[in-house]
Design a protein around this ligand. Structure first.
Ligand code: ADE
Length: 224
């Protein structure tokens, strides 16, 4: 998969050099590049923002640098993702869909957002999604893009060594994952649940299912 990110802070994306995603890039499973939006400006101050038409607080990202970035990067058949708190909420199902794409382009806004015509223009050249990672406001779309990139890339075959671990995790079957335990059996007076030591696979599966339900009921009743 090819992934491009456009941002005025391309250094944010250096975290993608680390851990499993770093290895996946080294192995050639993912080709990632962060692009500095300011490199598509032509004035001395590399201006990317201006005051909003209609008035109001804050600044809005100007369309021209975005247009030039898209003209260069939206080749082939990409999916463009605008990371914005005004977007549809990102979830595991969207991550699954995106993991099957050939080319993703993340457009990361700052300030009060990007001139809406940039989104409209992108729609003339590509499939476009406006996505949010949750009901809170970050200073910009970079951290949201990194979260989405990690959620998407770990679903690409070969990125995670043991793909069985993807089957059992939270949000895969609409429930939260059951609690996990490892050695030692007794730690600071706290014991591993007896059933997990029994070797009885059907009982373990039933206990895990019940724990999944209980946890979902307590933490995310909206999922039931
Ligand atoms: N940019 C700022 N806040 C955001 C959020 N919650 N999700 C995606 N992009 C954002």
């Amino acid at each position: 998969m090819r992934i491009d990110a456009i941002s005025i802070f391309p250094d944010f994306f250096s975290v993608l050099d680390i851990s499993l995603l770093g290895k996946a890039r080294e192995a050639g499973l993912i080709e990632f590049k962060a692009h500095d939006l300011r490199s598509y400006t032509h004035d001395r101050h590399k201006t990317v923002d201006d005051s909003p038409y209609g008035g109001g607080a804050g600044m809005v990202m100007k369309p021209e640098p975005w247009g030039e970035a898209f003209d260069q990067l939206l080749t082939g058949n990409p999916t463009v993702i605008f990371t914005t708190p005004a977007g549809k909420k990102f979830n595991q199902e969207i991550a699954q869909e995106l993991s099957k794409k050939q080319h993703l382009v993340f457009a990361c806004g700052r300030y009060e957002g990007i001139d809406q015509r940039v989104v409209d223009y992108a729609r003339t050249k590509a499939e476009v999604l406006e996505l949010s990672i949750g009901d809170y406001v970050l200073n910009g779309g970079e951290v949201a893009a990194i979260a989405m990139i990690e959620a998407v890339c770990r679903l690409i075959p070969g990125v995670i060594g043991n793909s069985d671990s993807l089957a059992d995790e939270s949000h895969n079957d609409g429930l939260l994952e059951y609690p996990s335990f490892t050695k030692p059996q007794s730690w600071r007076g706290l014991e591993v649940p007896e059933v997990l030591l029994s070797g009885h696979h059907a009982e373990i599966a039933a206990w895990r299912k019940q724990q999944s339900m209980l946890r979902t009921q307590q933490n995310r009743p909206d999922l039931l």
